[in-house]
Design a protein. Structure first.
Ligand code: UGA
Length: 445
């Protein structure tokens, strides 16, 4: 099939690249000229395992093309994916201006039957709005081409996006037209060979499914984080409780890891957007508000533990921070717990030596320049370099190389063997027996 994907961000690029890998001809469109030029050279703007090879191979094979001209791409395609950003507005609602602008341009150039697919995470009712906008443009042009709008949300995890796309748990298709449903079924047939993963529902149902999935996962995390603080006060090890409840197949083991809060571009934004949708309809989204509040609080927990141990004024002290990305496997720091922690530490006068296997460049770009200029924050090349002479180490992101470090070397390098573990990576008894003053999330102290 011939496809156009508008937006070469995370979702758009993975979608376009993976469809081209399956043999489809794909145009990836973006307004950012320099991004398009870099993509043509095989330089991808994000860190995503496996993506670079797929982009480069399919570009060379001529199946994957990059352009800033949507009209040219549309002329050759039957399905147009809208995969542009929906950033959070000031009130927490999703800002749809990019989605609507793309819909307008599609309407301005539509000249045959096409399926327009909303791939971006969009509030319930956006499919209808996209349809209206395209119709307005067609009316302005005085033409009448049939088209259908479909909702096809993505469930890709950063760091595992290619794999998630190629081996999805389910493929949600919100469609009210048999013709469009057939096109989508054909497109996704390759990803649904072993058993039927395709679920067809209404457009609004599909839009809501996406938000609900993310909000449910965020709820599991916030719930477990709350339980972990209670465990701490009750002298209970939350890791035992996690295993105990995860064994119930109705609860399951995933997304019940307590930690220092969830981050990323999706959970915080989507929970807020749902809250906004509910409030707009005079509802009180008590659970969702608590999920959000708990997470804000949770991101402050490591800093709280540190000030309980060292006092409110941290001047003269140096801390190692292991991990800056919002989770392992990505260089993305959006809404990362590390940011809240750095503000707390540096704000209280401390100096920080930080190490992350891939997010150093993001940190240099996103964090306050003054921190680097005044050497309040120094990024190190190696995880052990960050430990030299520090008063404590704080583990924020559970990258694999942090799991089994050389504890003797750590003790030799650090001024004092104090560890704050925001991701419960180590065994408290073992840490204490090795002479560490060890703090974790919901495990005693
Ligand atoms: C999330 C969803 O998992 C995807 O299904 C969805 O497609 C995506 O959002 C999206 O809407 O685009 P992602 O943001 O990449 O994917 O990250 P997750 O792996 O879900 O992790 C989110 C956060 O939760 C991370 O900060 C992670 O550290 C935290 N987390 C996760 C916990 O604190 N505890 C857990 O048990 C699991």
């Amino acid at each position: 099939m011939n496809l156009t994907v508008v937006g070469t961000g995370y979702v758009g690029l993975v979608t376009g690249a993976c469809f081209s890998e399956m043999g489809h001809n794909v145009y990836c469109v973006d307004v950012d000229e320099s991004k398009i030029e870099r993509l043509k050279e095989g330089i991808i703007p994000i860190y995503e395992p496996g993506l670079e090879r797929i982009v480069q191979n399919n570009f060379q094979e001529g199946r994957l093309r990059f352009t800033t001209a949507l009209a040219d791409a549309m002329a050759d395609s039957d399905v147009y994916f809208i995969a542009v950003g929906t950033p959070a507005g000031e009130d927490g609602s999703a800002d749809l201006s990019y989605v609507i602008e793309v819909a307008r341009e599609i309407g301005r150039n539509l000249d045959k039957y096409a399926v327009v697919v909303d791939k971006s995470t969009v509030p319930v009712g956006t499919g209808e709005r996209v349809r209206e906008v395209i119709l307005e443009e067609l009316q302005d042009r005085g033409v009448d081409h049939p088209f259908d709008v479909v909702s096809n949300p993505e469930f890709l995890k950063e760091g595992a996006a290619v794999d998630d796309f190629m081996r999805p748990d389910r493929i949600i298709i919100g469609s009210e037209s048999e013709r469009a449903t057939e096109v989508m079924r054909t497109l996704y047939a390759d990803f649904s060979r072993n058993h039927d993963k395709i679920m067809v529902m209404g457009v609004r149902d599909a839009e809501m499914t996406k938000y609900t999935a993310n909000a449910m996962l965020a709820t599991k995390i916030s719930f477990m984080n709350e339980i972990s603080t209670l465990c701490e006060r009750l002298g209970v090890d939350v890791e035992k409780v996690r295993l105990g409840i995860g064994s119930d197949s109705r609860i399951g083991y995933s997304f019940i890891y307590p930690g220092c809060g969830y981050g990323g571009s999706c959970f915080p934004k989507d929970v807020n957007a749902l809250i906004h949708m509910a409030e707009q309809r005079q509802l009180f989204p008590l659970v969702l508000q608590s999920v959000h509040q708990r997470n804000l609080f949770q991101k402050m927990m490591l800093g709280e533990k540190i000030s309980t141990r060292f006092g409110k004024d941290l001047s003269g002290l140096t801390f190692a921070v292991w991990g800056l990305a919002f989770k392992p496997g990505t260089d993305d720091m959006r809404e990362a717990p590390s940011i809240a922690l750095l503000h707390q530490l540096i704000g209280a006068g401390a100096r920080v030596l930080a190490y992350d296997p891939v997010a150093a460049e993001t940190a240099r770009r996103e964090l306050p320049k003054a921190w680097f200029e005044e050497e309040k924050l120094v990024l190190t090349e190696h995880q052990y370099d960050a430990l030299k002479g520090v008063d404590a180490m704080v583990l924020v992101t559970e990258w694999k190389p942090f799991r089994h470090p050389d504890f003797d070397a750590m003790k030799r390098l650090m001024k004092a063997p104090v560890v704050f573990d925001g991701r419960n990576q180590y065994d408290p008894e073992r840490m204490e027996s090795m002479g560490f003053d060890y703090y974790a999330m919901g495990r005693g102290k």
